[in-house]
Write a protein that binds this ligand. Structure first.
Ligand SMILES: Nc1nc2c(ncn2[C@@H]2O[C@H](COP(=O)(O)OP(=O)(O)O[C@H]3O[C@H](CO)[C@@H](O)[C@H](O)[C@@H]3O)[C@@H](O)[C@H]2O)c(=O)[nH]1
Length: 328
């Protein structure tokens, strides 16, 4: 019998890469189902849209989620749908909390209601740890939570719900606290993509050679999204329900150093300008993970060099503007 794999938020950055990864396994026994909201763009999954079962689902509507789960009856659920942009959570805190917390409750309740027993991956985030002290890195799963944004609070809620639904109802939930991940199709608001996109626009002659930035001092540990989705697949097969795992790359640097790497990939002379609108009321400036628990459980190691990740992301935006020019 076919295994039903459900990816909530399949039209998004990570969801679409996860679907690509599962297809690359060439396992004829897997059926991929994904959810989209009626207004979500589908360009990230256009190349596989014929091969997946796409369902309209509004996570904040319990009936919508119950109907979905009852009809798909998934064996594995990757819950990737979320309001994932930290900055937006400051201007839309209620929406962020509702989407990430209530959306997750609706999903977990729908699973209970359908009386099925799937393995469920819940995406918490490294943001739950907030601003750590220098003697607290690399960050372990036992690190205290000091959430620094409504987004981080929403992920604390999701993380705790995963724990509680496992405890109270025996749902087989495995939680990740993923650190920064990027690559082609990364949403344009996130830092690596925001910078790469501006470089591509400058190269295409549609932006003055001035690149707007926020806080360049933050340290992030970058992973490639393609390594990330491979990790998620291992997670649901090798890790223990009820447990939580840090996952992250192995390359740590400031956002400013990451920008310099991108700038070294273009011939254009570009000025840098700090845009106060990109500065957060409170920022998380030190994120270096300890992923020993996950690596021991799965043997996973990041494989894609960070230079390739950045180059692929920049080329993604170059292609995007080249295609746009062709259409015009
Ligand atoms: N977005 C953005 N961030 C900038 C910019 N300039 C500097 N930054 C700084 O770059 C850092 C990274 O910002 P984001 O790319 O927005 O990501 P994030 O806040 O680290 O959150 C991402 O990673 C989490 C996992 O660690 C995810 O949970 C979250 O959804 C998101 O993908 C932050 O310290 C931010 O202040 C800019 O122009 N845009």
């Amino acid at each position: 019998m076919k295994k039903n794999v459900l990816i909530t938020g399949i039209t998004g950055f990570v969801g679409s890469h996860l679907a690509d990864y599962i297809f690359s396994l060439n396992d004829g026994n897997i059926e991929i189902h994904g959810t989209r909201r009626w207004r979500s763009p589908v360009e990230n999954i256009e190349h596989i849209i014929e091969k997946i079962q796409l369902h309209y689902c509004e996570l904040l509507d319990a009936k919508s989620v119950q109907d979905l789960i009852a009809s798909v009856r998934p064996d594995i659920i990757f819950h990737l749908a979320a309001q994932s942009y930290v900055m937006t959570s400051f201007s839309a805190p209620v929406n962020t909390l509702e989407t990430n917390i209530c959306g997750t409750v609706n999903l977990l309740e729908a699973v209970r209601y359908a009386k099925i027993d799937p393995v469920i991956h819940i995406c918490s985030s490294s943001e739950v740890y907030g601003q750590v002290r220098e003697n607290e890195v690399p960050i372990r799963e036992s690190q205290l939570f000091r959430p620094a944004s409504p987004y981080a609070v929403s992920k604390v809620g999701e993380d705790m719900l995963a724990f509680q639904y496992g405890l109270s109802y025996g749902l087989r939930i495995i939680t990740t606290r993923m650190f920064t991940h990027t690559g082609p199709r990364r949403g344009e608001v996130f830092v690596t993509s925001a910078f790469a996109r501006q470089i591509a626009r400058i190269e295409a002659g549609i932006q003055e050679p001035v690149l707007k930035v926020g806080n360049l001092e933050s340290v992030r540990t970058f992973a490639d999204v393609r390594d990330t989705v491979r990790a998620y697949w291992l997670l649901v097969h090798k890790c223990k329900p009820g447990e939580v795992y840090n996952i992250g790359g192995s390359v740590s640097m400031t956002v400013g150093d990451m920008l310099n790497k991108l700038l070294s990939m273009t011939d254009k002379k570009i000025a840098i300008k700090v845009d106060p609108a990109l500065l957060r009321p409170s920022d998380v400036t030190l994120q270096i993970p300890d992923c020993a628990k996950f690596r021991q459980a799965t043997g996973w190691e990041p494989e894609i060099p960070f230079e390739k990740t950045l180059k692929d992301l920049l080329d993604f935006w170059r292609d995007y503007y080249a295609r746009r020019k062709k259409r015009a």
